[in-house]
Ligand binder design. Sequence first.
Ligand code: SAH
Length: 507
Amino acid sequence: MEIKGKVYLVGAGPGDPELITVKGLELLKKAEVVLYDRLANDTLLKFCPENTELIFVGKEADRHPIPQEEIIKILIEKAKKNKTVIRLKGGDPYIFGRGSEEALALYQEGIDFEIVPGITAGIGASAYSGAPLTHRNMVTQCLFITAHESPEKNESQIEWELLAKLKNTTLVIYMGASTLKWTVEKLITLGMNPETPAIIVQNATLPSQRQFNSRLLNLPELVEKENIKPPIITIIGETAVFSDKLDWFSRKPLFGKKIVCTRAEDQSHSLTKILEQNGAIAINFSVIKTKLNKPSENLKDLLSKNFDWVIFSSENGVRYFFQLLNKENMDARALSNTKIACIGKETATRLKDFGLIADFIPSSFTSTVFIDEFLNSQNLDNQKILRVKGDFQKDYIFDSLINNGINTEPLQVYSIEKNLPDNKLKEKLMNEGADAYLFTSSSTVTNFFDVFGKNQALKLLNQSNVFAIGPVTRATLEDYQIKNIIMSETFSIEGLVNSVIQHFSKS
Ligand code: SAH
């Protein structure tokens, strides 16, 4: 019987999820089954369709690894069920990843397969640490070696004698935190210059990357002193010294800083992305979630009242408003005779996604400035206003319009609910702490205190740096007796990230 299933051995790259190839990513988007390793960044799995079967086949501290034969068996079984199967492997499938064994087994079974190369850890470590693998007139060849072999093994497959004598060469050593000592002794005994520059790169290409420059001789001592744990790549060769100039990655302003984002998951993506681009270890700790709120009056009837203005004050407001419109088979044209006011840049950007340009944005992104400038710049006599909002009780914008005698109707398009983050993550924060906590609304503050309990929350926050997006959020933090709050200068996500960067550049 013809097997219609197909297996793709896809290199996920060394760690940074953006280092997967376009081809690899496109395949993930249509995968039916994915078998993935520990070293393949699992954030890539969010690109898979919702019903993709995800099978973890890596090693975990509290579990035995799935044997290679078992992995091959699953690949074959799924392909025979006519599935599109992705075998997602760290780095490149054919570099020390047993990809070739898997491909040969598939060949033997007559199963169709393709190999999608990936950036191997050695290349990633080189680029992100600043130790080029070749350099004109200096290094003309490089070798990838796995030092997994145990020192007890009498007949090494690696020709150490030859390696120790190679000139103008970079050695890239995979594995071997524990075998490094033995490897170094062997190379030196066999004639390699003990002063050869070297660099160890741990967690290469990830925000948790650590890199250590040294000399061949000192590598074992370094591993012990710095408590360097796998995964590591060791690069031995003259170019390692360039890393003090070419270490662009570890010079990012937020490099290695653990920053906790508390806003809702569906919104935190844009925030965590900017933080990560600046080198931070962004921790998604959503303490709130938002939900579509179905208003009692149907939207078509409501909008037939011909509002002169509609006011949005959050991305959520825009997003859920359009969800409701679409549900009733309407689109942006429903607002064709209505002017649009919005509170800030992010809200305006979200409106643009729907083809709309805001008619009014205040000079500073707070409710008070919004009201001052809106009332002063617009003639609102006999105007009808629709205020699109969440289910929060106090709404300064709505209340102020009403107090000024302006005909305003509220429309609650979403509700904010408490979200309970993963318990493991919670424990991790309690044990390890973080460098900063970001709060983007009062509800993130109150729910953070709910999630941890008052004492624990106070302890975590007062030991760290606390950032508030604006004055209302800051006031809520102050109500909880939080000290040393840093407030962004402009009240937007961009402003918040800038204040975090500024803070850590100073310290
Ligand atoms: N196929 C993979 C290698 C698998 S062997 C690739 O092409 O990269 C596993 C070894 O790769 C680890 O022991 C470690 O030496 C190295 N490695 C993988 N990811 C790494 C990372 N992010 N940082 C440092 N070393 C890494």
